[in-house]
Design a protein around this ligand. Structure first.
Ligand SMILES: Nc1ncnc2c1ncn2[C@@H]1O[C@H](COP(=O)(O)OP(=O)(O)OP(=O)(O)O)[C@@H](O)[C@H]1O
Length: 442
């Protein structure tokens, strides 16, 4: 059976490189096996979720080449969660609690003072019907906790190998808040069952959730998917990433002019046993993904590496793959120009700078006018090709005795206005005889 995976961000900010690592790993695992990819907006937190963020997530995924097969929004699926909550209540697995946050905090402080773990003591289970009625009459509204089975929950983790959590060490999780709103835990399981999710690949921030959710899958009679928890990406200084801070957002990397595959390669290969390098397509990247070779330690993400990777990727990119974007930038010169400049680019937009150099005007610095006049008089007739530069500079060398840097640098500076840049044997035919003569001051 082909896999069904989901990427389930909360639309509470712009997704960052860490979130996209999760999305890409899911995409790679499912698409190479002919499976489906669900984009599910976990937007039960109505105060913080925004349509604008949901739209931006879809744009970010599409930019990286991920178009979901199915989209779902939790805010539209409340009836399913209500039905599941009713079933858990009937089964005695969901119970009302009336403690306020302050009461709970006081109890936790006491537990810690006695050297006990700050785990919820299930006091609400001992409330009588009268006590509950009295609290309701006072206007207190319950929140609802899931009754854990207090057992060792085990699973074979795709990244971490055999994994287990003793749910006796956990507080019964709150599934429904006093205002009736659902926390993430229950809707996620209900949707995974309803949408037929077979593999859950997510960050290791969810390991404890997994133990709880496996108990909920079982309580609802759903089949438990395979789980894999990958390491998280951090900043270079080791800090976590958050949608709320906006740091390293996919949108900002796109606006900075990076190639989607440079971003994708770095997001997926960082913190794995694979060497970090630019991979040309998602398909090729998918073939490299091996969940069991993802490191257990958090992986530092260095934005400076994107520049290196982006440059390497462009250096190997074929003209056909960028011709439309070059036209949109106002860059001409066809394939010959692309091949001449691509190894000098860090970002695609840099091509425009070199195109401006070809077209001119170029900056005029200090010039040895006599030398340049001599060189101009030796310029061969067109048509020019890759051999023109070599033949011409040989002629200039023979005539003037200049060699090495003394020969090439004045010519480069006069022809391009710069002391560095693409190889002149490729650039000279694009500049052409007329412009070359003018730049040499002839
Ligand atoms: N730094 C990270 N590195 C790798 N994966 C991450 C990172 N942060 C979150 N994820 C993963 O991204 C997915 C979407 O998570 P979620 O929407 O909760 O994002 P978040 O960045 O953790 O949230 P927020 O900043 O809004 O609290 C989850 O599977 C989560 O494990």
């Amino acid at each position: 059976m082909p896999p069904v995976v989901r990427f389930a961000p909360s639309p509470t900010g712009y997704i960052h490189i860490g979130n996209i690592r999760t999305a890409l790993l899911n995409w790679c695992v499912t698409k190479r096996a002919g499976g489906r990819f669900i984009l599910r907006y976990d937007d039960t937190d109505t105060a913080r979720s925004r349509q604008e963020y949901a739209d931006a997530i879809a744009v970010d995924l599409a930019w990286l080449g991920m178009v979901p097969d199915v989209q779902a929004r939790q805010s539209e699926r409340m009836a399913l969660y209500d039905a599941a909550a009713a079933r858990l209540r009937e089964a005695g697995r969901l119970y009302p609690c009336y403690e306020t946050e302050e009461e709970l905090e006081r109890r936790r402080t006491l537990q810690k003072a006695r050297g006990l773990p700050p785990v919820y003591d299930r006091a609400a289970l001992r409330l009588t019907a009268e006590q509950k009625a009295a609290m309701e009459a006072e206007g207190r509204r319950p929140h609802w906790r899931f009754l854990l089975n207090h057992r060792i929950v085990e699973w074979q983790d795709g990244v971490r190998g055999p994994a287990h959590v003793d749910t006796a060490s956990l507080s019964d999780p709150v599934l429904i808040r006093a205002d009736g709103g659902y926390l993430y835990t229950l809707p996620s399981v209900v949707d995974d069952i309803d949408l037929g999710v077979t593999h859950i690949i997510r960050g290791e921030d969810h390991v404890t959730n997994t133990a709880v959710q496996i108990e909920i899958f079982e309580a609802l009679g759903g089949s438990v998917p395979a789980f894999a928890h990958h390491n998280l990406l951090t900043t270079v200084s080791g800090e976590g990433l958050s949608k709320r801070s906006g740091a390293l957002s996919i949108g900002s990397l796109r606006e900075a002019g990076f190639e989607p595959m440079a971003v994708a390669s770095l997001a997926v290969l960082t913190g794995t046993a694979e060497a970090v390098r630019p991979i040309a397509t998602l398909q090729d990247l998918a073939a490299l993904v091996d969940l069991s070779r993802i490191s257990r330690a958090p992986a530092r993400f260095d934005p400076a590496e994107i520049e290196t990777l982006n440059a390497k990727l462009l250096h190997e990119t074929a003209y056909a793959d960028v011709s439309q974007r070059l036209s949109a930038l106002g860059v001409g010169g066809g394939e010959a120009f692309w091949l001449a400049v691509r190894s000098n680019l860090v970002r695609l937009a840099d091509a425009k700078t070199w195109w401006d150099v070809v077209r001119g005007p170029v900056a005029k610095g200090e010039q040895d006018r006599e030398f340049l006049h001599r060189a101009a008089s030796l310029l061969p007739a067109e048509p020019w090709d890759e051999n023109t530069w070599g033949a011409w500079t040989q002629a200039v060398k023979d005539a003037t005795g200049a060699k090495g840097k003394a020969l090439f640098m004045p010519l480069r500076q006069a022809l391009t206005g710069l002391d560095h840049g693409p190889e002149l044997k490729a650039l000279l035919p694009l500049i052409g005889r007329e412009r070359a003569l003018a730049r040499l001051g002839a």
